[in-house]
Design a protein around this ligand. Structure first.
Ligand SMILES: [Zn+2]
Ligand SMILES: [Zn+2]
Length: 471
């Protein structure tokens, strides 16, 4: 997850969200013996034997169905069996983090792991990417799962027992957890290969933090080699461990940079006053709300899960623009975060119109956007189907609705979604009682590893369900 702004400290709110499986018990009632009649004994016996045989057959069929665990119960059990080993895998990645573009050791571990599962592995696409290919036992549809691989340059202390052994580099965004979950899902699906139709692609993507990995994997022919019809992925977030959050459409705010150029010796002080005027005219938020304080996203009243969230409708700008001189022009710059795509088109005309009402009318050279990445866009149909299917499998309580858009962060998963309809989930990783806060890129970023179990179980179930049900 790529942030444009850093910091963030503690935030605490207890929460729940542990899924559970309902188990069934059934009682059998045997039917009473048939009444006697004057029919010949032999005929009566034949009839009775036939009935008994049929009843017995029904009983066997029924009990075999009842006693046979569903595929999702099996996945749940298998996840419990592999969980500890995946925690070790996560800790290995955590202790040996690698920056974007340097994920060679990480790549090697993933390749070996997938090969042991019997998968076809392709490392030729781009950089340190790995694509694992799992063929089911019969023809069917194709689905992809994506996990990102890179760590961050950071000087924050790493207070885990299995802390980073590389000075200045740390998995402080949770990609170590993503890789462990990705490998866990690969393990579960490989175990159940015999009943799986279709093909599953496991995309391990490097260079997420620099926003280059996904774009370059595509540019180097990823989707001419593999042809998934659907794509899924997740990111660890500061919500309670195991809670899963998703919505159709935008998960983040639109992000742009704005640049205003003024000629003929406008002073910095005058530029500063003008930028304040622009800030006041354009920035927008719920009365009293401070959506730029990202720690409130997990707040039950003002956060993403509340329909009245402050993160639903806002335009965040810098209160103080960056002001500098470029040759003979004064330049005013700000980043901005807007929840509504349609509003983006109005920003430049609004700023231009505002400046035209001021004494700087004749100084204005240009107003333009300087940058802006596409943002994660969840496919509406696939998102709604995923919510429905996961609620059906694991019961309500696992999935938490999302009503807002997170400012500052984004994910280059969006480039994959431009090619293949896909869904990007938030997976909670905090344990507030234990002071474990999974606030990405923040000091003392920590993850409650129980979210690895939930991630593997839930998304193995989702992929299996998509392949089996849609076959
Ligand atoms: Zn990230
Ligand atoms: Zn990140």
């Amino acid at each position: 997850m790529v942030p444009v702004a850093p910091w963030i400290t503690t935030i605490l709110r207890p929460g729940t969200g542990i899924p559970f499986l309902v188990t069934y018990s059934l009682h059998f009632i045997t039917s009473p013996a048939s009444h006697l009649s004057r029919k010949p004994i032999f005929a009566l016996k034949t009839h009775s034997m036939k009935t008994s045989a049929i009843l017995l057959l029904i009983f066997i069929l029924f009990t075999s169905q009842v006693n046979k665990p569903s595929i999702h119960e099996l996945i749940s059990r298998q996840t419990d069996e592999i969980y500890d080993s995946l925690v070790q895998v996560r800790r290995y990645f955590h202790a040996n983090p690698e920056l974007a573009g340097k994920e060679a050791g990480t790549q090697q571990v993933i390749v070996q792991y997938l090969r042991k599962l019997g998968m076809e592995v392709d490392t030729s696409i781009y950089g340190h990417s790995v694509v694992g290919i799992l063929h089911g036992s019969k023809p069917g549809r194709s689905i992809a799962w994506r996990a990102d691989m890179d760590a961050l340059p950071t000087e924050f202390a790493d207070n885990n027992e299995f802390s980073s052994t590389i000075p200045g580099v740390q998995h402080a965004c949770g990609h170590d957890v993503h890789m462990a979950i990705g490998l866990g899902i690969a393990t579960i699906l490989a175990k159940n290969k015999a009943v799986l139709p279709g093909t599953v692609y496991f995309i391990f993507q490097p260079e997420e933090e620099t926003f280059k990995g996904a774009k370059n994997m595509i540019a180097h022919g990823l989707f001419s080699k593999i042809h998934p019809e659907e794509l899924y992925g997740l990111h660890v977030t500061p919500f309670p461990a195991g809670q899963i959050m998703v919505k159709p459409g935008e998960m983040f705010a639109y992000q742009k940079g704005i640049s205003i150029r003024l000629k003929n010796d406008v002073s910095e002080a005058a530029g500063s006053l003008l930028s304040k005027q622009i800030y006041e005219a354009l920035s927008r938020r719920k009365p009293g709300a401070r959506p730029w304080e990202i720690q409130h996203i997990i707040d039950t009243a003002a956060g993403l899960m509340n329909p009245g969230t402050m993160y639903k409708d806002y335009l965040i700008m810098d209160e103080h623009f960056r002001i500098f001189t470029d040759r003979t022009e004064l330049v005013l710059e700000s980043d901005l975060y807007e929840t509504n795509k349609a509003n983006l088109e109005t920003i430049i005309p609004k700023i231009t119109a505002l400046i035209n009402t001021t004494q700087f009318k004749d100084n204005l050279v240009s107003v333009s956007f300087t940058h802006g990445n596409p943002i994660v866009q969840n496919d509406t149909r696939l998102t709604n189907e995923a919510i429905k299917e996961l609620n059906k499998i694991y019961g309500p309580g696992l999935m938490v609705p999302d009503y807002g858009q997170v400012p500052y962060f984004n994910d280059d998963f969006t480039y994959f979604q431009q090619k293949v309809p896909g869904v990007y989930f938030f997976l909670g990783g905090s344990n507030f009682q234990r002071k474990v806060i999974a606030m990405n890129h923040a000091p003392d970023f920590k993850v409650d590893e129980s979210c690895i179990r939930v991630g593997i179980k839930t998304f193995s179930s989702l992929l299996v369900q998509r392949l089996i049900e849609r076959n």
